[in-house]
Write a protein that binds this ligand. Structure first.
Ligand SMILES: *[C@@H]1O[C@H](CO)[C@@H](O)[C@H](O)[C@H]1NC(C)=O
Ligand SMILES: *[C@@H]1O[C@H](CO)[C@@H](O)[C@H](O)[C@H]1NC(C)=O
Length: 396
């Protein structure tokens, strides 16, 4: 534990000094004052995501998802279990843009249809479906590997699109109720349920009013209280898993009220889209990277003023949005961005940081085709959870 906190302090220091330009490296001595604590992360700070994107998800004429989604990933691949186990209780967050249109195939009478691309669908896709057989298999893997699970729920279920990106109507909680009930009946230990994905503020594809959202979060809390029975067995409730917007997040806290949301979650994509020609320059520019600091600071202030009962998590962060960028966000280069973010987020008392992705897109810790680790994977093992004794850590 103590070692871990020290390590995070070290990460903070990595990000602190910015003197010379990126082109002229200079030697520097970093002194870590281990006696002073500025913030504390959760013991399991490191987290990675698995997304819903089907193989047909393309950006810039590239379709980098293949068989890497919650629905089609090869769960028996030996490298996958091994890679998760190395972390000793890796947090995995299951979610992403399409999660809000997922139907859980329990208590429904309709066929369990996969996501298909349709021209008028949200993000270009139809609704999709998670079969309970697949959910069982996923949980087999998670239990075998000691993963700690956050699951993102379908916050658009039952709502309707009114105009442009605006969605109205009440969330229909029936499907979630049945799904959580099934999960409990099987004894699957979900650590936290997250409500919605990128529906806050202006949204990404869709957005929902903060007051409406707050009321639905109250309903979700009461479902969890009802189904889990004892307070000790209650998973955490996370929301809204979107881009930070001070007014919207404040309203969510005010509407949902004391003790309802356990962690406010937000997403960080501070580098630009996968087609941005300046990505590499931005990654090595400390001044550019530091801009993300405002978001962490504002989030911390919002919690201090309006939600002292809640903490802050980054539930998804890929740096480069729209699938990441081939040969940038899955290479050594990206670890500069990644370590910087881990340090910066921890400094502002962020408890958990979920990297987009464990596998999938052009930003996986593991390669989508070979399941072999990319450089970020090793870096986070060595710096993030401190496995210094391991041979590969000596060489980086
Ligand atoms: C669906 O995706 C495939 C593969 O990217 C593409 O060939 C097809 O035209 C798309 N169909 C629609 C309706 O967008
Ligand atoms: C909510 O969805 C269920 C199916 O999951 C349906 O039977 C029910 O009628 C819906 N409730 C409302 C109020 O629309």
């Amino acid at each position: 534990m103590a070692a871990r906190h020290l390590l995070l302090l070290a990460l903070v220091c990595l990000h602190a000094p910015h003197s010379a330009s990126a082109q002229q490296p200079e030697e520097a001595t970093v002194i870590v004052k281990g006696s002073t604590k500025i913030a504390v992360t959760d013991v399991n700070y490191i987290c990675a995501t698995i997304d819903w994107w089907p193989p047909e998800k393309c950006n810039y004429n590239q379709c980098p998802w293949g068989q890497s989604s919650i629905l089609n990933l090869d769960l028996d691949h030996p490298f996958l279990a091994q890679a998760i186990q190395e972390f000793h209780n890796l947090r995995i967050r299951l979610g992403g843009s399409l999660q809000d249109r997922v139907v859980y195939d329990v208590g429904t009478n309709s066929p369990c249809s996969p996501f298909t691309n349709v021209s008028n669908g949200l993000f270009g896709f139809s609704a999709g479906c998670l079969s309970m057989d697949r959910w069982d298999k996923l949980n087999d893997l998670f239990q075998k590997t000691g993963a700690i699970i956050t699951f993102g729920l379908n916050a658009l279920h039952g709502r309707y699109n009114v105009q442009r990106s605006f969605w109205a109507g009440k969330w229909n909680s029936t499907n979630t109720y049945d799904f959580v009930e099934y999960t409990i009946s099987k004894g699957y230990p979900v650590d936290s349920w997250e409500f919605g994905n990128e529906l806050s503020g202006h949204g990404t594809g869709a957005r929902v009013d903060a007051k409406l959202y707050g009321k639905d979060v109250i309903e979700l809390k009461s479902i969890l209280r009802q189904l889990y029975r004892t307070p000790l067995s209650q998973p955490l409730l996370l929301a809204p898993g979107g881009f930070f917007d001070q007014q919207w997040y404040t309203q969510l806290l005010q509407t949902s009220g004391h003790g309802v949301v356990n962690a406010l979650t937000h997403h960080i994509y501070n580098l630009g889209g996968g087609d941005d020609v300046h990505l590499m320059r931005k990654i090595v520019d400390p001044k550019y990277l530091d801009r993300a600091e405002d978001t962490y600071r504002d989030m911390q202030l919002t919690l201090q003023r309006h939600g002292t009962w809640a903490s802050s998590w980054v539930s998804e962060s890929g740096g480069v949005f729209n699938n990441g960028r081939q040969l940038v966000s899955n290479t050594f280069m990206n670890s500069i961005w990644y370590l910087d973010q881990l340090g910066m987020a921890s400094k502002y008392n962020t408890k958990v940081f979920c990297r987009q992705t464990l596998i999938g897109g052009n930003y996986g810790l593991l390669d989508t085709q070979t399941f072999l680790p990319n450089p970020d994977y090793y870096r986070v093992l060595c710096y993030g959870i401190g496995l210094w004794a391991m041979e590969f850590c000596q060489s980086i």
